[in-house]
Design a protein around this ligand. Structure first.
Ligand SMILES: Nc1ncnc2c1ncn2[C@@H]1O[C@H](COP(=O)(O)OP(=O)(O)OP(=O)(O)O)[C@@H](O)[C@H]1O
Ligand SMILES: [Mg+2]
Length: 312
C-alpha cells in the first residue's frame, strides 16, 4: 500500500513557542536518568517532523529515524503505512504491528516542541530532585529532555489508567509496566481506532445525523464524567480530541491530564466544559459551559464503567 499523507493542522488556539535554543548549560549527564543522554545536535532549524520517506525507506541503513527503527527492532511495529496528521505536539503515523493496526504518536523534536503552556498543567507536581527541577525550569538541554520524557510517559501512564478503568480510550500497546513503555519514548504506540483504510475521524470532522449527534453528545458528557470520577480533568476536551467510530466516542490525547493536586484543576475543568459545548455547536447541540459542568458533575456521581481485566 502506498504511503498517504494527511497534514492538516489542528486547532491552533494556543500559541506555539517553538523552542529553538540549544544553548543551555552543558549539563553533565546524571546516571540516575535511565535513558541515554540526548545527543548534541548540529545547529539546524528544527522541523519537528520526520520525513515519511526516511521512515519507509526499504534499505535499513537509510532508515534515519532511530525511534521508528527502535519500535521496529523491538517488535512494536512492522512497518509505517502513512503519516496521518501533524498536530501541535506530535506527528501521528498509521503503522502495522503484530496485533493489528497501530497509531504511533511521535512527539516533536525537543527544539520544535513547545513547552510554553505546560506550566499550567504541571503546577502542583512535586519534583523531589532539586537539580532536575532546576534544569526543567531553566529549559536547559537536559531539562528539555526531561520535560519531554515526562510528557510522553505521562500520556502512557494515563492511557493505562483509563484503559484499565474501562473508559473508551485507545488501548496502549506498550506496557503496562513503565520500564516497557519507556522503551518507545518519544513515541506512544496505541491501537488505531478505525481501520487502515478508514481511520476514525475526529468528532470535529465527522458528519453526523441529528440522532448520531445526540448519541455522540451523551457519550462525550459521559466520558468527561468518567474522567472526573477518577479525579481527572482532561485539559483539552473538545471534539478535536474525540474520535467517532462505529457509533462510539473514543477520547484521545492525554499528556496534559490534571488531577485535583493541580491548583488550576477547576479552571481546566471549567474550560473543558466550555470547549465541549462550543465545539458541539456545529453538530446542532446548543448549550453552555456551566450547564455542561453541572451535567458532568451529576454523572460523575453515577456508576463507573466496568474495569478491564488485563490478561497476564
Ligand atoms: N488511536 C488513534 N486512532 C486513530 N487516530 C488517532 C489516534 N490517536 C490519535 N489519532 C489522530 O491523530 C491526531 C493527533 O493525535 P493527538 O490529538 O493525540 O496529538 P496532538 O499532537 O495533540 O494533535 P492535535 O494538535 O491535533 O491535538 C488526532 O487528532 C487524531 O486524528
Ligand atoms: Mg489532539
Amino acid at each position: 500500500m502506498s504511503a498517504r499523507t494527511h497534514t492538516d493542522r489542528a486547532h491552533d488556539d494556543w500559541p506555539d513557542h517553538g523552542w529553538t535554543d540549544d544553548t543551555g548549560p552543558d549539563d553533565a549527564w546524571d546516571e540516575r536518568w535511565d535513558t541515554p543522554p540526548p545527543r548534541r545536535r548540529q545547529k539546524r532549524s528544527p522541523t519537528g517532523r520526520r520525513q515519511l520517506a526516511h521512515l519507509t525507506a526499504s534499505d535499513p541503513d537509510d532508515v534515519q529515524d532511530d525511534v521508528i527503527r527502535r519500535l521496529t527492532d523491538r517488535g512494536y511495529i512492522t512497518e509505517i503505512v502513512a503519516e496521518l496528521k501533524s498536530g501541535k505536539e506530535a506527528t501521528a503515523y498509521v503503522a502495522r504491528g503484530p496485533r493489528g493496526s497501530v497509531l504511533v504518536k511521535l512527539y516533536r523534536d525537543l527544539q520544535a516542541r513547545s513547552f510554553q503552556n505546560d506550566q499550567v498543567y504541571r503546577e502542583g507536581q512535586v519534583i523531589l530532585d532539586a537539580r532536575a527541577a532546576k534544569a526543567m525550569q531553566n529549559r536547559t538541554r537536559l531539562g528539555l529532555h526531561m520535560l519531554q520524557q515526562d510528557w510522553v510517559l505521562s500520556e502512557y501512564a494515563h492511557l493505562w489508567t483509563l484503559w484499565k478503568a474501562g473508559l473508551h480510550v485507545p488501548e496502549p500497546l506498550a506496557g503496562p509496566h513503565p520500564t516497557a513503555y519507556a522503551e518507545t519514548v518519544p513515541a506512544v504506540v496505541m491501537r488505531l481506532i478505525g481501520t487502515e483504510d478508514h481511520i476514525a475521524p475526529r468528532l470535529s470532522d465527522a458528519a453526523l445525523s441529528p440522532a448520531q449527534a445526540q448519541r455522540a453528545w451523551e457519550q462525550s458528557l459521559q466520558g468527561m464524567a468518567d474522567l472526573l470520577r477518577l479525579g481527572y480533568a482532561h485539559g483539552d476536551y473538545s471534539t478535536y480530541n474525540l474520535l467517532w467510530w462505529e457509533d462510539t466516542v473514543t477520547i484521545i490525547d492525554f499528556p496534559q491530564l490534571s488531577t485535583r493536586q493541580n491548583p488550576n484543576f477547576h479552571t481546566l475543568l471549567t474550560r473543558d466544559a466550555q470547549s465541549l459545548a462550543t465545539s458541539f455547536r456545529k453538530h446542532g447541540i446548543h448549550t453552555d459551559g456551566p450547564a455542561v459542568l453541572r451535567d458532568v458533575q451529576r454523572r460523575a456521581l453515577g456508576p463507573a464503567p466496568e474495569p478491564r481485566l488485563l490478561l497476564p
